[in-house]
Ligand binder design. Structure first.
Ligand code: DQA
Length: 149
């Protein structure tokens, strides 16, 4: 069974309480439960992690070698972290960048992603469904690579 790693970056543990007018009232547990439900339906195994620490996220990416795809919401590190970008380039597994809000219609400083140039694609602006769209995209990529699509 294909294995997919999902990483939530900093402050996403506060979903539900954090700026609900931007991020909604759903919690990280709600998102994780819907990811797991869809993973069951699609016949893939998911591991889901969250960290508020850049170095810890980099270590998670380094350890992602056994996974067939990576889904990551780097949160604020999207806009600042060359180190997370380099880690994604280094491991060379299909990676999908996810954002709950549409970063392209927010403040100027959020419109630039250092991560986007090194991933398969970016999904931004669909609320918690961004993760589900990313999961479907990851499965499509995995199947295409295996020639089973
Ligand atoms: C975010 C967008 C980022 O700009 C922000 O720093 C976040 C969340 C999103 O999912 O919309 O923490 O990645």
């Amino acid at each position: 069974m294909p294995k997919i790693l999902v990483i939530h970056g900093p402050n996403l543990n506060l979903l539900g309480k954090r700026e609900p007018s931007i991020y909604g009232t759903f919690t990280i547990e709600d998102i994780n439960n819907s990811i797991k439900r869809l993973a069951d339906e699609l016949g893939v195994e998911v591991s889901i992690r969250q960290s508020n620490h850049e170095g810890e996220i980099i270590d998670m990416i380094h350890d992602a070698g056994g996974y067939d795809a990576l889904i990551i919401n780097p949160a604020a590190y999207t806009h600042t972290s060359l180190a997370i970008r380099d880690a994604i380039s280094a491991v060379d597994i299909p990676t999908i960048e996810v954002h709950i809000s549409n970063i392209h219609k927010r403040e100027d400083f959020r419109q630039k992603s250092l991560i986007a140039p090194v991933v398969s694609g970016q999904i931004s602006g669909f609320g918690p469904d961004s993760y589900l769209l990313a999961l479907r995209a990851a499965v499509t990529i995995i199947n295409a690579e295996k020639g089973t699509s």
